[in-house]
Design a protein around this ligand. Sequence first.
Ligand code: M6R
Length: 625
Amino acid sequence: MCGIVGYLGPLNAAPVLLSELKCLEYRGYDSAGVAVIENGRLCVMKAAGKLSNLENLLATQHPTAKVGIGHTRWATHGVPNDTNAHPHIDSTGTIAVVHNGIIENFEELKEDLINKGYAFSSDTDSEVIAHLISYELSKGGEMLDVILRSLKQLVGAYALGIVSQEHPDRIYAVNHHYSLSVGLGQDESFLASDSMAVRQYTNRVVRLEQSEIAEITTQGVRLFTFDGTEVKRSPIAMDSSPYVIDKCGHKHFLHKEIHEQPLVLRQTLTKYLRHPNHPIDFSVGDVDPEANDGTAYGVHLTDEEIKGLNHINVFACGTAYHASMVGKILLEELVGIPVAVDIASEIRGRKLLVNESTLAIAVSQSGETADTLAALKEAKSKGAYTMGITNRADSHLAQITPNLIVTECGIEVSVAATKTYVAQLASFYLLAIYLAEKRGTISADKAREMKMQLNSIPTMVEQILAREEEIKETSIKYADAHDVVFIGRGLNFPTALEGALKLKELSYIHASGYAAGELKHGPIAVLDQNVPVITVLMPGTVYEKTLSNAQEARARNAKMIVVAVDGDEQAAKTFDSVLSIPPIDELFSPLTTIVPLQLLSYFISDYLGKDVDQPRNLAKSVTVE
Ligand code: M6R
């Protein structure tokens, strides 16, 4: 959350900063701002709200500065307004700072600085950094040493961009438990939280490691550890093909991304599974090794290591957590190893019981989620093998684990995750079959049959998408609801949770997902004729029991909607509305049952006029704990 950018070179800095920020708006859209050094003076322009507000402001100012830093904010401390927007400046107005992260001891530092006569204008934790640097500068020393002295007093995790009016020839960047990249061009340099933002200008990138500071000039970058020791690191070459960020005729990115799911599934499956008769091959890279992009790829556990595993721990947040819940059931069913799935933020302050026979898996679309990374690092420190499932081969997650499964989704622009969810699910199916074959817990015939079933899923998703007009008609009937309950059992309990999360995020309607059997243990009290209950009802082991739970809801006059397979007569009799999907084996059903629920949330959100691609209060990448 929060995106940091910087530029120095021959171009006008403001438009470059703006174009970098456009690539980082997914990190937060509460406010945006830039600080440039114009004719020897530091000049800050910032605006609350979406980046377009800053764009409009810059259009009236026409700055011609050649150096500057910029920021897009997701508010942690202080409401989203112009004053709390970054960059923050010191009292002399000569130092500007942009910050991603949280300064945990800011109150103490702020009090101390106020006592020393420094005047604060914002409610943020970030402003303290600008004043602290100013105070340290007043004691003398080179700017690099001044910043290093200041960093020693900060507690927390942070990434920073710093410019000073006295040094218009450089930008300082600091990385402490985040990601920052410096892009190197011809007599120009760029800074960004995500290398994707500099890719439009250069493919030569130097990544800052943990606890490093960079001194960036037009001629390159010098790196130092926090104790001032210089570190030499050569630039890496990124894949230079530009990302295409285009709605391609769809009204919203979300709609486009829901419709990309058959393609994404095909790409992710065929990457690791060439043919049902062949073993799954996770050793294949997601990037051209020639590209030397420095990231890990593939799975490198030996057969002996796989056979020696006795426990799996999965860490994830939000949608990735729901995919992991499905993963747990699959892994336990096929591999026969106990699997624990935790909401990553819940690991903090708890005793994490992992050891040298544990495989710890972090699942994160962005590969930047602070809670998920922290949990994996803790498991790693206790000796567990680690693995990541991510959509970003160039992420922080890719740097901290040698075993990586990369989903083939392309960039997911919409803040609500859709295509990355089904790709994470597909990764778990592949991983479960892979580990089961290696450990001999499923027969070759069973593995082959499962691979064939997996390969048939993209076509089924296409068939569901072809029904979207019917789904739209049904969805809009329930758009006036204030509370919606989703229920499912077994593999489709996570579908109920994910369906509810999508509806909340996209429409702001309160929605909750429950294990269907749990409804009677309390949640049923909220039901009446105004509360729609959406049941995920798939033929198989839990069909009858799920149906009974739905009947209990119907007996309370709830409006009844169901996701059921074509030709389910019982469903047609019991429910007011049916979202039907092609028949599917229960084991694979989470890959398709979610699709009508994604569409339902999309259509309700659009019908209600909500901000479909950038729902309020959210950010795509959540980099604070
Ligand atoms: O990038 P990650 O997969 O780690 O993100 C985890 C959650 O923040 C994310 O899934 C979030 O819940 C989405 N907005 C869901 O649509």
